[in-house]
Every structure is written in C-alpha cells, then in structure tokens.
Design a binder for this molecule. Structure first.
Ligand code: NOJ
Length: 553
C-alpha cells in the first residue's frame, strides 16, 4: 500500500494564506500573493507547504469552521488561483498539504442549516442531536475559559446539538456512512487539484463515538484505515498527518500496527518535554518522551515542531513541570490560555536570545521525525498579546520595512502587523535578513540544507550517548552504515563533556557539518569537548565523502 515515502525526510513549512502575502491590496493575503513568494520558500529549502484552512468560511475560528469544502474562500482567490499555486509549487519540487477539518462544520454550512430547519432532512443525521440538554453538557470543552458548553440548543428545531469546539462548530456525526463517504469525496477533490495530502484536524474527535449516551467515547480506528486506503488508491504518494495529542500507548493505534492507518502524527509528547527541557535544562523527560514514542511502523513518521498556530499545550506535563515552563516562558496571565498553555511565539518566549533560539531550532531539526516550521519563525517573528486568544501569534508575515511590513498595500491589514517594540517589522523582516549572512533567516536556510544532508534522522534509529550531564542531549542516528552524532547544550553556561560515540576506533574523526570544529576520538575512542552556552554540534561519522556517494530514495 506504499508508493512513496517522501514524508519521511521532508521539511514542512506551515502558513496561513490569509496572513502571508496580499497581492490585490485588499489587506487580506491571497493565493496570488503566496504564488509570488514560492521562490522565497524554495530558496529556504522547504520541501512541503502545509496550508491552514482556506476554504469558504465565516472565519470565526480562523477557517477551522468551514462552510463549503469544495471552494476557496473568495477573499483568498479562486479555485483557479489555487491550482496555479499547486502547479507552481510542483514546478519547484514543493509538495502541498492542506488542512482537512471534518470533525465539524461551520454552523453556516448548508448541511447544518438544512439539518436545523427540517428534522426530516437527509442532513439531520449528519450532526449529533439530543432532545434535552445532556447532563454532561458542561464537560469536555476544548477551549475552557472561553467555551461554555459542548451542547447548544438550536432555536429552530428546539433540540441540542453537540460541538466539541466552539458552538459555531457543530460536530459531524462521523459514524454516519454518508458523512464518511463525503469525507472521502472531499479528499478526492483536493487530491485531484494537486495536493499531496492532508493535515487532519482533531483526529481523536473525528473517530470518537459521539452522542448523549457516550460516557467514555471509544475511537473507531477502522475509519483511519478507510481514509488511508482511499487516498492511496487515488494517488499513492498522498498522506495524512494527524493532529492527535494522545498518550504514547495509543500511538500505534493511530499509525496502525502494520502502518495501515495514518502516515504521520504530530509528536505532542516530545514537543511538551522539549519545552520543559528548554525551561529547566533537564533533558531527561525529553529523552523519556523520545523513548516512549520511538516505536512506530517503518513507514510511519513523526511531525516534529516547536510552536504552531495554537497555544503551546502543556497539558501532559506534570503540574510541577508545567509550572516551571509557565514561569520561564509565560509568567503573566495574559500570556497563558485555556488553563493549559502559552499563546506566545517562540522568539519572545526565549527573550529574543538568538543563541537560545538557535539551540531550540537546532534541536527541532535533529529530533526523530520530519520538522514542521511555522511561517515567520525563520526570521524570529514576535507576537501581539493585545489580540484575542491565539490570534496574537497569527500576525502577518514581515517581508520588509515598508508600510505594513510589505505584507499589503492596504492600510487595513486583516490582522495588525507587528509594528512596535523589538519585533516590529521595521527591524525584523525578510529583506533585512536576506542581506545579513548571520541572520536567523540565513541560519535557517543553512540548517535546512544540513538537515537534508542527514537523512539518517528521518530514516534511521536513534540512540542516546551518555555525557553524564542532564542538560546535554547527545544523539546518534544510524542508517545504512552511516551515522550522525548531534549534541545540544541546554545550559546557559559552557559545559565540558566526554562521550563515547559508539563508533569504536581510537582516533576516529567526527566531522562537524555545521561549523569547523571536528572532533577526534582519544585512544579509548572517547570524545572530549567544551560546548558554549546553548551550543550545539552536528557531526558526521565516517567522512564527508558520504555526501558524494549517497544514493537514497
Ligand atoms: C485544532 C486546530 O489546530 C485549532 O486551531 C482549531 O481551533 C481546532 N482544531 C478546531 O478545528
């Protein structure tokens, strides 16, 4: 059932069309604007773009409330513009993934409207109803503090509908075979228009049993196999990247024991432990999270990320660990959200400390999986905490020091461009950073190139090298007789370490592929080095000629 494993070693860049580049000057980003920036993305080296929802939507949850699955929201362009974009991406060797939001629709979707206005409508059973208000209506909210309930009364039919998220996002009754067939049809549609797969929103909720009598919803995992099969039959290299923040023992159910369900999942477990490591300089929980999520089918892959468009969800850390991350990175109430997370962008979280920022990204690129970056991270963009909820970290891309950061010619951008303070567009922007060889942008480009030159990370198995220092993470990857060794110092101070790279020979050489400090093993085969505060090293064992000889998929 596998045709192409491109996603095992991709570099994914996530963006929202709405805030990336506005070509027609109406203040809203659009596909034509994005199209103009394709060469920028190709230059950065990304191999796949993940587009956040761009289908027709009232936009109450940034497009995660779809009112027509088969159309581009007119504010962003037309289906024609979309196809021009996918074609342009393909020409540059970049694949396109799009969000697939089918746990729920918008309450303005014609299906929901029909379901409300006529109990005999064929769409009535596409949603989840209760004649009376269920006893657990004030449980299970995903946005606590903002969302009040999971069941809301529809005035027209007088019954209550279920919504896992906001009340304008009625849940689809995904157990209904007609709904399932429609989901396949939606996937088939976009596959035909040139996408290579989907980031599937809220997967555990999509496959959960829904309804008034459901106390502990069981997941219907078979549904995932159906989605996968359909996709692979239509286009063998298309994939699903699941948003499923679940405990490690459930992972294999999502990947499928035989790799017959989701090709990719975001690794939320590692993400939270990584933030804890950054906050505390204690990498032990991170190493444990890596072990706990090590097992996956050969064709399965993790999506590794730092920040995304949502809050940094710390819900799976212990209370003490979570508190430590809050204290370090989001001490003020206004920086926190939904009683579990931090809503800031990474650069301000790390106090704008470039060494620390680079450490964080270097770790991200080196962890087992496929890295997923977020637009603006490559230039160290900041946030605007005066904007509500998650919007603070969704401000327009900062292209230059022109008005509105070069994002739009309009003086009324869809969200305010960051214009003040240390992250204002007048000094944090692409144009400036292009000219500075030491900028975050140029560093990111070099990093991505290096990540691509180390396919062991995506394909191989990792093991930890003992440095006798909990603030240092040293990993070795091996694949097809090649190995890379990557070392990170999470401390704000220099550290001296010794480790055995497990490569045997006395005097063997580790070639530094990020910089110019190769390391020669001593007569016992051990390496000794001093790492700068937040320092890192990427080494290749066995010499650079590997790069010349390499022939992988
Ligand atoms: C997860 C998405 O990442 C988030 O932005 C959205 O609000 C919810 N799913 C609901 O679709």
């Amino acid at each position: 059932m596998i045709n192409d494993l491109w996603y095992k070693n991709a570099v994914v860049y996530c963006l929202s069309v709405e805030t990336f580049m506005d070509a027609n000057g109406d203040g809203i980003g659009d596909f034509q604007g994005l199209q103009r920036r394709l060469d920028y993305l190709a230059g950065l080296g990304v191999t796949a773009i993940w587009l956040m929802p761009f289908q027709a939507s009232p936009g109450h949850d940034d497009g995660y409330d779809v009112s027509d699955y088969y159309n581009v929201d007119p504010r962003y362009g037309t289906l024609g513009d979309f196809v021009e974009f996918t074609h342009g991406a393909k020409q540059r060797g970049i694949r396109v993934l799009i969000d697939l939001v089918v746990n729920h629709t918008s309450d303005e979707h014609p299906w929901f409207k029909a379901a409300c206005s006529d109990k005999n409508s064929r769409y009535r059973d596409w949603y989840v109803w209760s004649k009376t208000k269920p006893a657990n209506a004030d449980e299970g909210m995903v946005f606590p503090g903002v969302q009040k309930t999971t069941w809301t009364r529809d005035e027209k039919s007088g019954e209550y509908y279920f919504h896992r998220f906001y009340k304008f996002q009625p849940d689809l009754n995904t157990a209904n075979p007609h709904v399932q067939a429609e989901i396949l049809k939606i996937m088939g549609f976009w596959i035909q228009l040139g996408v290579s797969g989907f980031r599937m929103d809220a997967v555990p909720f999509v496959i959960a049993e829904k309804g008034t009598n459901v106390k502990a919803p069981r997941e219907q995992f078979d549904m995932l196999r159906t989605f996968r099969e359909f996709l692979q039959w239509r286009k063998g290299d298309s994939i699903i990247l699941a948003e499923a923040n679940v405990v490690p023992k459930e992972n294999l159910q999502y990947f499928g024991d035989d790799g017959d369900r989701m090709q990719m999942m975001f690794n939320f477990h590692v993400n939270q432990a990584l933030f804890y490591a950054l906050a505390s300089a204690d990498t032990r929980p991170l190493a444990k999270a890596m072990y706990d999520t090590q097992e996956r089918p050969q064709t399965g892959q993790w999506g590794i990320f730092l920040r995304n468009h949502d809050e940094l969800d710390l819900g799976r850390l212990t209370d003490k660990q979570r508190q430590q991350v809050f204290t370090a990175f989001g001490p003020d109430k206004e920086m926190q959200l939904y009683q579990r997370g931090i809503r800031r962008r990474l650069a301000p979280m790390l106090g704008g400390d470039m060494r620390r920022l680079r450490l964080a990204y270097s770790v991200m690129y080196s962890l087992p999986g496929t890295p997923v970056l977020r637009y603006g991270d490559e230039i160290g963009m900041g946030d605007d905490l005066s904007l509500p909820e998650r919007n603070c970290a969704r401000t327009p891309m900062q292209w230059s020091d022109e008005p509105q950061g070069g994002f739009t010619k309009s003086d009324r951008p869809v969200l305010p461009v960051i214009s003040k303070g240390p992250y204002g567009f007048d000094h944090v922007n692409v144009a400036f950073q292009r000219r500075d060889p030491e900028s975050m942008l140029n560093w990111t480009e070099r990093m991505i190139r290096m990540r691509k030159e180390a396919p062991e990370i995506g394909w191989g198995e990792f093991s930890f090298l003992d440095c006798n220092n909990r603030g240092v993470l040293a990993i070795r990857y091996e694949w097809r007789n090649n190995a890379v060794v990557i070392v990170h110092n999470f401390h704000a101070k220099p550290v001296e370490i010794t480790f055995d790279a497990g490569l045997g020979d006395a005097g063997h050489l580790l070639i530094d592929i990020a910089d110019d400090s190769d390391s020669r093993a001593d007569e016992k085969g051990k390496h000794h080095m001093v790492l700068e505060p937040y320092g890192y090293r990427w080494y290749r064992a066995g010499g650079l000629d590997y790069l010349l000889k390499r022939s992988d998929t």
